[in-house]
Design a protein around this ligand. Structure first.
Ligand code: FES
Length: 146
């Protein structure tokens, strides 16, 4: 696991986290390329199944990045997303997968530095956890099918 490089999906709200990512870029702040950004209109559009599908497709970690509390452009999308992330944590826990592999974070559009630091911190955390066990299950199934 020494040179393990995790693949992480970040569902980023168009109005805040995605703009913060843009700002990080224009400030020339670097953050790990491990983080693959998926822009969504609002984190309220991220369903439990989208997060689970990401794991099923082989990612090692997922985070949902929305607007600060009270700033969601669709009123309560970020609150719904936070509840869904908590539900996914419970589901992962129930099947023996580290719940720390999924997180909800919030930020404003102007928080480019925070965006970059969050990407660094989450990448480091997932790197320490190692590859997702879901990935190994698929590998084992493919191996036994061939
Ligand atoms: Fe940003 Fe809803 S518009 S989280």
């Amino acid at each position: 696991m020494g040179n393990f490089e995790p693949v992480i999906v970040a569902f980023c709200c168009h109005y805040c986290a995605y703009t913060a990512a843009d700002m990080a870029g224009s400030m020339r702040l670097s953050y790990p390329s491990n983080v693959k950004i998926l822009r969504v209109p609002c984190t309220g559009k991220v369903d439990i199944k989208h997060i689970l599908q990401a794991f099923q497709n082989g990612v090692d970690g997922v985070y949902v990045a929305g607007c600060l509390e009270g700033d969601c452009h669709f009123k309560s999308g970020n609150k719904k997303a936070a509840l869904r992330v908590e539900r996914v944590k419970m589901l992962l826990d129930e099947i023996g997968i580290e719940k720390e592999r999924v997180e909800m974070v919030t930020m404003s559009a102007g928080m480019g530095e925070y965006f970059a630091q969050t990407a660094i911190n989450i990448t480091e955390k997932i790197r320490k956890l190692g590859p997702s066990p879901v990935k190994n299950v698929w590998k084992d199934q493919l191996r036994s099918a061939s």
